[in-house]
Design a protein around this ligand. Structure first.
Ligand SMILES: [Zn+2]
Length: 453
C-alpha cells in the first residue's frame, strides 16, 4: 500500500481534545491514517514513505464535510436574486422541472469541483426534483462524484404536494406518493454502500413540510428505518414555513416533524433557523442533526440559526453551502468564516470561535451524516480525508494563529485535497478532470436548460 507522509505542517486534528501540533506530521497508508503526531516524522518513517509532502507553511485539517446542497442548482445560479424563499422557489420551479440526468451530471460536476477546490472531501446532496422521463438523475450525480474522486452522501428526495393540493410547487413538478417511495427504495438498493470506506451512501429525503404530504413524510421515515439508511429534509427555515405549518397543521414545524417520526439520531435537517429553546432541547435529546447554511440563509433573508445554543445543548451541527441558486459561491471553505460572522451578528463576540466553526465543518458534519467513526478528524484508523491549506502566501504569511486563517481570513489556497488516500486537488486545481472542460459543460448545460423554458 502506498505510504504518504505530510511532515512539518501545523496539524489541527479536530479530535475530542482539539489536539493541535504547531509542527506535526500525518502518515497515510492506502486509504487510512496510520500516524498523527507532534514534531517531524522519524528517519525510519521517511525511509518507508513512497511520497513525502513538505508541510512547511501548511495547515492540515480534516477534509471539510458538506451536509446540505442541491448540486443540480449549479445550472440556475443568478436567478431571483432579491427574493425570499417562497418567491424564489416559485420563480425557479419551472426551470428545475425541466432537468434531466445529463444536465444534472454536468451541473453536479461544476458544483462539486468548486466544493473540492474549497476543501470539501465529503459532499452531502439533497436531490428532490425528478421530472418524468428525466432518466437516472441520482446515477448522474454519483457518476460526477466518482469522476472527481469525492465522497458522496446522495439523498433521494421527493415532492408530492402540488399547488392544487395546497403545496407550493406546481403540479407538474411533483411525483405521486407511491412513486416517490418506490423510487427512494430503489435508489437505496441500487446505490447505497454501508461499508466503512464507502464513497457513496444514500439517504431518503422528502423535500420540506410545504412540498410534501404528511403521508410521504411518515412513510419515508418508516421506509428509511427498514432499509437502515438516514433521513434528511428542510426544517424551520423561514417564518413563512412556520406560518404554513401553523395554518395547515396547527403546530410548529418541529412539532409537526416530530409527530411524523422525524426526530431521531438518524435524521439531519437543513437550516433550523427558527428553533426555540424547547425545540433545541428536543433536537439534542433525540440526537437530530442540523445542516447550518449561513450564506443561503442570508441570501434569502431567512434569518440566522441559533448555532451557539444548539452547540451548547449538544445538537450535532454540520455546515452546508445549500444549493447554488441561493448561494452562488458554492464554496464550503468560506462558509466557516461566514458561520463565525453570522453567529456573532446574532448573539455576541463569543457566539462561535474559529475553532468551533472548524469543528462544525468537519467532525460536526461527520456526526450529522452518521460518519463520525470514519471521517471528520485526523486520528489513527480513520479514513484519509485531509485538506492541506497554504498559509505562507500573501493572504496569511505571519498570521498569529493558523486557525484564524480559516475562521476569520480569506480562504487559504489549497496545496492538496486528499480523499480516501487519493489526491483530488493539487496546487488549487482538480487532478481528475480538465477544469476548462467542466466549465464548458456547465455553461452548455445551463444554456440548454434555459432554452427549455
Ligand atoms: Zn436546501
Amino acid at each position: 500500500m502506498t505510504r504518504l507522509l505530510i511532515d512539518g505542517a501545523f496539524v489541527a486534528t479536530v479530535d475530542a481534545s482539539d489536539t493541535e501540533h504547531a509542527i506535526g506530521h500525518v502518515l497515510v497508508e492506502g486509504t487510512r491514517i496510520v500516524a498523527v503526531g507532534g514534531g517531524r516524522a522519524s528517519a525510519e518513517v521517511h525511509a518507508t514513505a513512497d511520497e513525502v509532502i513538505d508541510g512547511t507553511g501548511m495547515l492540515v485539517t480534516p477534509g471539510l464535510v458538506n451536509t446540505h446542497h442541491h448540486l443540480y442548482q449549479w445550472l440556475t445560479r443568478g436567478f431571483a436574486q432579491d427574493a425570499i424563499l417562497f418567491d424564489w422557489l416559485v420563480a425557479l420551479y419551472p426551470a428545475w422541472a425541466r432537468i434531466d440526468a445529463d444536465l444534472v451530471r454536468d451541473g453536479a460536476l461544476g458544483a462539486m469541483a468548486v466544493l473540492a477546490r474549497s476543501g470539501c472531501t465529503t459532499v452531502g446532496d439533497h436531490h428532490y426534483v425528478f421530472p418524468r422521463g428525466g432518466g437516472d438523475i441520482l446515477g448522474g450525480i454519483i457518476d460526477a462524484a466518482t469522476t472527481l474522486g469525492v465522497r458522496l452522501h446522495a439523498t433521494r428526495g421527493s415532492m408530492d404536494l402540488g399547488e392544487s393540493d395546497g403545496g407550493l410547487p406546481p403540479d407538474f413538478a411533483v411525483e405521486t406518493t407511491a412513486d416517490a417511495l418506490a423510487a427512494s427504495s430503489d435508489a437505496v438498493t441500487r446505490y447505497h454502500d454501508p461499508s466503512f470506506e464507502s464513497m457513496v451512501r444514500v439517504a431518503i429525503a422528502p423535500c420540506s413540510p410545504f412540498s410534501v404530504t404528511s403521508d410521504l413524510l411518515r412513510e419515508a421515515a418508516t421506509l428509511a428505518r427498514s432499509l437502515g439508511v438516514r433521513l434528511h429534509t428542510h426544517g424551520a427555515e423561514t417564518v413563512e414555513e412556520e406560518a404554513f405549518c401553523r395554518e395547515r397543521f396547527g403546530m410548529s414545524p418541529t412539532d409537526y416533524l416530530e409527530s411524523l417520526g422525524w426526530l431521531g439520531d438518524d435524521v439531519w435537517m437543513a437550516h433550523c433557523v427558527h428553533l426555540g429553546d424547547a425545540d433545541i432541547a428536543r433536537f439534542a435529546a433525540s440526537g437530530t442533526g442540523v445542516a447550518h447554511c449561513p450564506s443561503s440563509n442570508a441570501r434569502l433573508a431567512a434569518g440566522i440559526a441559533p448555532v451557539r445554543d444548539m452547540l451548547r445543548a449538544g445538537v450535532p451541527v454540520g455546515l452546508g453551502v445549500d444549493g447554488a441558486a441561493s448561494n452562488e459561491s458554492g464554496q464550503l471553505g468560506t462558509e466557516i468564516r461566514n458561520a463565525v460572522l453570522a453567529a456573532r451578528l446574532r448573539d455576541d463576540a463569543g457566539a462561535l470561535t474559529g475553532r468551533q466553526a472548524l469543528r462544525v465543518a468537519t467532525i460536526g458534519g461527520a456526526r450529522a451524516l452518521g460518519r463520525e467513526a470514519e471521517i471528520g478528524s485526523l486520528e489513527v484508523g480513520k479514513l484519509a480525508d485531509l485538506a492541506l491549506w497554504r498559509i505562507d502566501g500573501v493572504e496569511h504569511a505571519g498570521i498569529a494563529d493558523p486557525i484564524a486563517a480559516l475562521g476569520l481570513g480569506a480562504m487559504p489556497p489549497l496545496a492538496r485535497l486528499i480523499v480516501n488516500g487519493r489526491t483530488v486537488v493539487e496546487d488549487g486545481h482538480l487532478t481528475g478532470v480538465d477544469e476548462r472542460d467542466v466549465a464548458r459543460r456547465v455553461a452548455t448545460a445551463s444554456a440548454a436548460l434555459a432554452a427549455r423554458l
